[in-house]
Design a protein around this ligand. Structure first.
Ligand SMILES: Cc1cc2nc3c(=O)[nH]c(=O)nc-3n(C[C@H](O)[C@H](O)[C@H](O)COP(=O)(O)OP(=O)(O)OC[C@H]3O[C@@H](n4cnc5c(N)ncnc54)[C@H](O)[C@@H]3O)c2cc1C
Length: 206
């Protein structure tokens, strides 16, 4: 299995909050939880995937969008993310040591924030993230916004090209960039067959 990102095991893991639990957000959460970041996902379950049926996701012949999401949620849960289903994020702001993420229930602290709210760009706008001329959140290939430590992924960063496979890639790219930032060098989440038992335990070993 890949090395964990924190150099000192005794230190608390860096924390990441993902806002939105569609394909982009769950992909970001998967890479974060799998690689030792303290990972929380907030989602209100309005993903477009509930309206979709995938025939264009490489490696999968045919799958219903809701079924795809159920598998993705299970995968993220199994890897240790705290998925807060039904808890809406009402605000994100910069704090002295990172970010404060607000819901009606509580305020949560995070070192990094990944926005994955589909076509809703309100939180990015309120945070002061730069937008493009096409009025989508302006990011580079690493998915970081103009606000350091805030990433934007999925439908919110493109006026078109709204595909699950692209959203999943965005989420992965965002978290890999965060992991590289934490580790201080390029981070590669590479596994080999011998890692299967450690990562997935008995289910894969059978
Ligand atoms: C009819 C239809 C058919 C489609 N068919 C296909 C297809 O065949 N193949 C394909 O690849 N794609 C298809 N798509 C597109 C695909 O569904 C999207 O590309 C994909 O869902 C985008 O993922 P995302 O994670 O960016 O956003 P979303 O899937 O929209 O997820 C965003 C999530 O964030 C949550 N959220 C938003 N704001 C907050 C907040 N403040 N707090 C907490 N949670 C919040 C929402 O509830 C939602 O669950 C289709 C879409 C539609 C509408």
């Amino acid at each position: 299995m890949s090395d964990q990102p924190t150099a000192d095991e005794s230190e608390q893991s860096p924390s990441i909050i993902v806002v939105g639990g569609g394909p982009a957000g769950l992909s970001a959460a998967l890479f974060a939880a799998k690689n030792g970041l303290e990972t929380t996902v907030f989602d209100t379950d309005e993903t477009w995937m509930h309206k979709a049926h995938l025939f264009n996701y490489l490696g999968i012949g045919s799958v219903g969008g809701t079924e795809f999401m159920a598998t993705a949620r299970q995968q993220v849960d199994d890897l240790g993310a705290d998925r807060r289903q039904g808890e809406a994020v009402t605000g994100v702001s910069e704090s002295d040591d990172g970010f404060a993420v607000e819901t009606d229930d509580d305020t949560y602290d995070a070192d990094y924030v990944v926005l994955a709210t589909g076509a809703n760009r309100d939180l990015a706008s309120e945070l002061g993230c730069a937008f493009t001329d096409e009025e989508v959140v302006d990011v580079d290939v690493d998915m970081e916004t103009s606000v350091a430590g805030v990433y934007a992924t999925g439908a919110m960063v493109r006026p078109e090209e709204w595909q699950a496979a692209i959203a999943v890639g965005d989420g992965a790219a965002a978290t890999l960039n965060i992991l590289s930032s934490v580790k201080g060098e390029y981070y590669h989440d590479f596994d080999v067959p011998e890692d299967a038992t450690q990562v997935f335990g008995e289910a894969v070993a059978e």
